[in-house]
Design a binder for this molecule. Structure first.
Ligand code: FE2
Length: 100
């Protein structure tokens, strides 16, 4: 499998990814989107230049949409994992609202 984690990796596949590899690649893409959001937020907090802040705000919103799209792909690619995610959501809602 192509090592997506290597920054300088040039993706030249000699074959298509199998389903397991695709799932791992999409999960890696999700973490990369969050990492990008974090970087943009740090840059925004490090400047008073409104032009830069405005551009990065817009890009950050786009990255959040990408996260949503990738999450949806994970649902399609791994219904079994998705059931576990849903259990986690429900447990968190229950625990969170118990504290009110
Ligand atoms: Fe993105």
């Amino acid at each position: 499998m192509t090592d997506f984690a290597k920054v300088n990796c040039v993706f030249k596949p000699d074959r298509k990814l199998n389903p397991t590899e695709m799932l791992r690649a999409i999960k890696f893409a999700v973490s990369s989107e969050f990492e990008a959001i974090q970087i943009y937020q740090q840059i925004m907090e490090s400047t008073d230049d409104k032009r830069i802040i405005n551009v990065l705000k817009e890009i950050t919103e786009d990255e959040k949409k990408h996260v949503g799209g990738l999450y949806k792909l994970l649902e399609f690619l791994s219904p079994a994992d998705n059931e576990i995610y849903q259990e986690g959501y429900a447990e968190t809602v229950e625990n969170f609202t118990d504290g009110e």
